[in-house]
Design a protein around this ligand. Structure first.
Ligand code: SAM
Length: 219
């Protein structure tokens, strides 16, 4: 049986390497955990807080005859792998506030994190910067008409973000340009409807987009 993957899952899996010891937090359908076994060559821990979600991973592992290789654990965040030799944490498809809570409550730091927050990525970027994480990659991908940030971090470092990067990541690719154009429309509409009330955060993001566009147009 071959598993279908979309661009978002491909981007996550593309950051895993042979030898990584992976925990997939919020495993749900189980595709990341099952494919991670094949990429890394190691057993993978699949964690979910919901028994119903974890069952999906178990069912998929069984179908793929990988039941022994995908170790399913019910629990919150990274707690279930506290006493293992996991070195790579994948946390995809959760909101940034929840990802921050999971990172902040973990008992140790990991060598590699592959993080895909589905909302408020600026909150996660600020947390990584304020808490001495390193960031090796931070890029936007487009999948099914939506945009997702993919952040590859490490437990030790000194990442810094500009105001622009907090909103749009560190990689100037085509998806980032499209996402920025979409945000510009949304922010302009929000500010247009504001009836004089102050929308400081939206206005600041829009100023950052304008600065970026001016620089790009003058190159
Ligand atoms: C939208 S799914 C994401 C599935 C997959 N990671 C992906 O990116 O396609 C989110 C999953 O995270 C689980 N989840 C939410 N908070 C969690 C937490 N604190 N610890 C573990 N799992 C959590 C939910 O039960 C759900 O199954």
């Amino acid at each position: 049986m071959s598993l279908s993957t979309d661009e978002r899952l491909k981007a996550v899996l593309g950051e895993l390497c042979p030898g990584d010891k992976v925990a997939d937090v919020g495993c749900d359908h189980g595709k990341i955990a099952n494919l991670a076994v094949q990429i890394t060559g190691n057993d993978v821990f699949a964690i979910d807080i919901s028994a119903a979600s974890l069952k999906k991973t178990k069912d998929l592992s069984r179908e793929l005859c990988q039941e022994e290789r995908v170790v399913c654990l019910i629990g919150d965040g990274l707690f279930p792998v506290d006493n293992t030799d996991v070195d790579t944490a994948v946390i995809a498809g959760l909101g940034a506030h929840e990802i921050v809570r999971i990172l902040a409550s973990a008992r140790k730091r990991y060598r590699k994190y592959v993080l895909v927050p589905h909302r408020h990525p600026d909150v996660l970027r600020r947390y990584l910067s304020d808490n001495s994480y390193g960031v090796n990659k931070d890029f936007i991908i487009k999948c099914g008409g939506k945009f997702y940030p993919v952040i590859v971090a490490c437990g030790e470092g000194n990442v810094k973000y500009t105001s622009f990067e907090l909103a749009f990541g560190k990689t100037r690719n085509e998806a980032m340009n499209e996402y920025m154009a979409e945000r510009k429309k949304t922010l302009t509409a929000i500010i247009g409807k504001a009836n004089g009330e102050s929308l400081e955060k939206a206005e600041e993001e829009l100023r950052e987009i304008d600065k970026y566009e001016n620089k790009r147009n003058n190159c």
